[in-house]
Design a protein. Structure first.
Length: 492
C-alpha cells in the first residue's frame, strides 16, 4: 500500500514559478496523510485521509502505523457507527440465543449500555468511558448518589427510580454482555481491540449455600435478615415433605427435593419422558418464565438434557399422581386439555412457574420452617446427596451441570454432621500418646507457681514460692533453665 503526507493551510493552493504545487512556508495549518486501502468487495480502489497533526513527523509516523496495520491485516477503517446502533445489530444477529437470554441482553442494552455508551462512535469507545458507566451503575438506587453525566442518562432510561442499589451479580452481568458484543466487533474488524477487556471489575463471588442451623435461625428471628442462599437440614426437609402431603402438588416436591430438578424442568415434565417401571425421568424440555409470559424450550444447558434415576418413594408418588390425574381427566370430560404434562392444573393445562413457587412458600409458612427459595430446595438435594456419600461426579450429573466446579462451588453445602465427622476423621489420623492427649491445656499467659530451692534455716523450714509470669509472645519459652516445664514434668 502507498501513501503520502501533505500540509493544508488557509492560504489555498500555492505554486512555484514552474507551476508546481508547493507547501506554504508559513508556520500555520496542519499536516495530513492519505493512503490506499484494500480493494472493496467489487475490486474498486479506496483511499482514506486523516489530518490534524501539528508536524510532518507526527503525520508520517501515523501513516507508517496505518500502513503496518494494513500489512498485518489488523487495520480498522474509522466509521460513524455508534455503539448503540452496533449493539442492536449485534443482538439481531444472535440467532441461536434462548428467549430468556435474549430478553436479558435486550434489558442490559436498553437500561445501561445504550444510555451510557450508545451515543459514542464505536471506534472512539475507550476504557475510561466504560469505567464511568460501571461507576454510575453502582450509584443507582442509593439515597445520596454522586452526581455524574452517566448517572443522569441511566436514570432517564427508567420509567421509575430504582428502589434499591443494583446487586454485585447484576452489575457483573452487564459487563459480560458488553464484552461479548465488543468481541464480535473485533472479529468483524469494526474495532482493533476490545476496550472492555482492560476494565477491572470488583471481584464478585457466587453466594455459598449455608445450612439453617439453630444459631442461624435465632439470628434470623432476631434481625429478620436471611442468607442469600440457604438449605435445610435433613430433619427440616423431612418436615417440609410431611407438611406438603396435604397439598395437591405434593408429588412435584419429590423430584425437586430428592433429585434436584429445576422449577422449569419439573413444570415441563411429560408422561412420554417418564418410565416409572424403570424408575427414570428424561429431562428434555423446560418451561421458562419471561416476565409473566411463559415459553417451552430446551434445558438450560446441553448437559441439562439428562436421565434422572428415581428412588422408590418418588416412583410410588408419581404412580399415585397418575391415578389422581386420570380421575381429574374423567371428571372434566371434553373440557380436559391433553397437554401430556405430568404436573398440570385440574383441567390439564400447563402450570405457571410462579404458581408453583407460591404454593412452595405457603407450605413453608404452614410448617413454620426457616425460609428458603424454591431453587434452594435444589441446593438442599445436592447437599443431602453428598451427605449420603454420593460421589461428586454423580451429583453433578444428577443436577445437569456442565462441570464439577459449578457443583462444588455453588450448589453444595456441608451439613454440620458431615463437617463434624470430617473433623474427627482428620484428628484420628494423627497418633497421640494417651497421657499427652489427656494433658489439660494451659495458657502461656497464666501465672504459674514454681517452687525455688533455697537453703533451709532454723527460721525458714519451708521452701519459698515465687510467681513466674510468661509475658512473651506465644511460643516464647525463655524461662529459667533450672526450672523444668510442666509439660516436660508430665511426660518424664
Amino acid at each position: 500500500m502507498k501513501g503520502h503526507v501533505y500540509k493544508r493551510c488557509p492560504c489555498g493552493v500555492l505554486k512555484d514559478s514552474n507551476d508546481r504545487r508547493v507547501n506554504c512556508s508559513r508556520r500555520h495549518g496542519s499536516w495530513y496523510f492519505v493512503h490506499e486501502l484494500p480493494l472493496d468487495g467489487v475490486g474498486r480502489r479506496r483511499q482514506t485521509t486523516k489530518g490534524g497533526f501539528a508536524t510532518e513527523r507526527e503525520a508520517r509516523g501515523a501513516l507508517n502505523d496505518a500502513l503496518a496495520k494494513i500489512d498485518q491485516g489488523s487495520y480498522v477503517r474509522p466509521t460513524r457507527q455508534t455503539v448503540g446502533d452496533y449493539l442492536e445489530q449485534w443482538l439481531a444477529g444472535k440467532g441461536r440465543l434462548r428467549s430468556s437470554t435474549r430478553r436479558s441482553y435486550q434489558e442490559h442494552i436498553d437500561l445501561y449500555l445504550r444510555p451510557g455508551l450508545g451515543h459514542l462512535r464505536l471506534t472512539d469507545l475507550r476504557e475510561v468511558q466504560i469505567e464511568r458507566l460501571y461507576a454510575a451503575m453502582k450509584q443507582l438506587g442509593r439515597p445520596s448518589p454522586e452526581p455524574s453525566y452517566e448517572l443522569d442518562r441511566l436514570a432517564a432510561a427508567r420509567k421509575a427510580p430504582l428502589p434499591q442499589p443494583l446487586t454485585a451479580a447484576r452489575i457483573r452481568r452487564v459487563p459480560a454482555t458488553l464484552m461479548s458484543a465488543l468481541n464480535g466487533a473485533v472479529r468483524r474488524r469494526l474495532i482493533g481491540h476490545n476496550p472492555a477487556a482492560h476494565v477491572e471489575l470488583a471481584s464478585g463471588r457466587r453466594p455459598r449455600a449455608v445450612v439453617w442451623t439453630d444459631d442461624r435461625i435465632l439470628e434470623w428471628q432476631r434481625t429478620g435478615v436471611r442468607p442469600a442462599v440457604a438449605v435445610w437440614t435433613p430433619q427440616q426437609a423431612g418436615a417440609f415433605l410431611d407438611r406438603a402431603t396435604s397439598h395437591r402438588l405434593y408429588p412435584m416436591s419429590h423430584p425437586i427435593a430428592y433429585r434436584g430438578l429445576r422449577r422449569g424442568e419439573a413444570v415441563g415434565l411429560r408422561w412420554q419422558d417418564a418410565d416409572l417401571n424403570a424408575g427414570l425421568l428424561r429431562i428434555t424440555q423446560q418451561v421458562v418464565q419471561l416476565g409473566w409470559a411463559t415459553e417451552v424450550g430446551e434445558p438450560k444447558t446441553d448437559s441439562g438434557e439428562r436421565a434422572v434415576t428415581l428412588d422408590g418413594g418418588t416412583s410410588f408418588a408419581l404412580q399415585a399422581w397418575r391415578s389422581t390425574q386420570a380421575a381429574e381427566r374423567e371428571a372434566w370430560g371434553a373440557a380436559w386439555q391433553h397437554t401430556g404434562l405430568i404436573f398440570a392444573r385440574e383441567d390439564g393445562t400447563q402450570l405457571h412457574p410462579d404458581t408453583v413457587s407460591s404454593a412452595f412458600e405457603r407450605i413453608i409458612r404452614e410448617a413454620e420452617l426457616p425460609p428458603i427459595r424454591l431453587h434452594d430446595l435444589r441446593h438442599t438435594a445436592a447437599s443431602l446427596a453428598l451427605a449420603a456419600g454420593v460421589p461428586l461426579k454423580v451429583v453433578s450429573e444428577q443436577l445437569g451441570h456442565s462441570s464439577l466446579a459449578i457443583t462444588a462451588d455453588t450448589y453444595t453445602s456441608v451439613l454440620p454432621a458431615v463437617a463434624a465427622a470430617a473433623a474427627e476423621a482428620v484428628a484420628n489420623v494423627i497418633p497421640r500418646s494417651r497421657d499427652a492427649a489427656a494433658f489439660p491445656f494451659r495458657s502461656h499467659l497464666e501465672p504459674q507457681e514454681t517452687p525455688v530451692k533455697t537453703r533451709t534455716t532454723a527460721r525458714q523450714a519451708k521452701p519459698q514460692v515465687r510467681k513466674v509470669s510468661r509475658s512473651g509472645p506465644p511460643g516464647d519459652r525463655t524461662l529459667n533453665p533450672r526450672i523444668k516445664s510442666p509439660l516436660l514434668c508430665q511426660l518424664s
